[in-house]
Design a protein around this ligand. Sequence first.
Ligand SMILES: Nc1ncnc2c1ncn2[C@@H]1O[C@H](COP(=O)(O)OS(=O)(=O)O)[C@@H](OP(=O)(O)O)[C@H]1O
Length: 426
Amino acid sequence: MSTFNMRKFHLQWYSKRTVGRHILLITVLFFPFFCYVYFNVLHCSHIRQLTTGHSAFLMLRLNNSYQHKIEKELSPPIAERKRSSDHKDYVVRAWLPRRIHERFDALSGSLERKLLVRRKYSIKNHLSIKTPKTDMLVNNISLHLNFTDGSRKEKNYKKDTQKKIENLPKSRLPQALIIGVKKCGTRALLEFLRLHPNVRAPGPEIHFFDKNYHLGLEWYRQQMPLTLEDQLTIEKTPSYFVSKQVPIRIHKLSRDMKLLLVVRDPVTRAISDYTQTVTKWPQTPPFKHMAFLNTSTGLLDTSWPAIRIGMYSHYLLSWNRFFPSRQIHVVSGENLIQDPGGEMAMVQDFLKLPRVVSNHHFYFNQTKGFPCVKKSENKGVPHCLGRTKGRTHPDISSETIERLRDFYRPFNQKFYRMVGRDFMWL
Ligand SMILES: Nc1ncnc2c1ncn2[C@@H]1O[C@H](COP(=O)(O)OS(=O)(=O)O)[C@@H](OP(=O)(O)O)[C@H]1O
């Protein structure tokens, strides 16, 4: 009995010891594996969650052997600082290590915040550095995704770097729009504004708020030129003015959007519109046939866009539902031709830009019959707007013109009252 008990006790004791040993063995054997999982999987998956874009602004700690390589390859790093005699920190735009398949974009605000709350992240691995020329693979260097301590020096450095990153040229959504009106001088206004060093604008009409809205804001942003923080992005699409859904869509994006509206005598505008149509489709019937529903009664066809678009007060009403008058600056298309400097002064004031563009930038080209630009950033020589601007208009009978004037008069009067400026169209 006692032998049996002893054996049982021994067995129990023995098995406990074995289990303990096995646990110890397993722990020792698998410790490196746990570490590997912790550092490479958990940390990487954390980064994976942060993945939003293509490349990142990274702080890179390099020892001397790599410094010369990097310095040669990279366009000047955004920031750099000597850490010790053999280490230097750089902030560069780079791809994440290839081992982490996704990449991220430290420029996105939320990501930046997430990165900054992480105390330190360091990985020794291959790092592929994207340069304008080549993809370079640097082996075995330390990649620091974060700033290492919270000292004041460190914080200031962090602040400086952040500022530099924020101030890098990037595509931004427009803060001002030229919303129309078609054939009133919108191109001239845009080109004159582009003479200003604080203004950047895409050349083509983007048609985001009317035709390409389904492509999303990110697409819209990508159409914009690179700008610095203090530069204004402007886009012009003249059809915005007459598109029903556009004011609310712009308002949704930014209730502070500055809107520029170029207007011109609606009679001349209608003829200009018709001239463009004839250039594209030479078979278009004469103006009179297009303009009147009934020539004998003189009833105008207001469904014809060339006529309808000139009812400015009608369209302006729907803009005023979303934007107060102080946010819509009306430019005189006629004055933009006669006194471009004067009209541009008012536009620059409205956009809160220093008055840079003035009459010194223009000369009157007798052949073209319009003001042209002496020189711009892209063209160092005098140049006028293209051949599609300033076309010769067809002759329209004086009775037709008179009928159009009578038609537009009440709309014009209402428009003058709405914008507080008399354009003195007949
Ligand atoms: N500096 C200068 N050079 C040439 N043309 C000028 C200029 N300033 C204003 N304009 C007038 O602009 C008219 C074209 O207007 P838009 O640019 O708004 O047309 S569009 O809606 O973009 O098609 C265009 O109309 P048309 O004369 O009928 O061609 C011009 O009268």
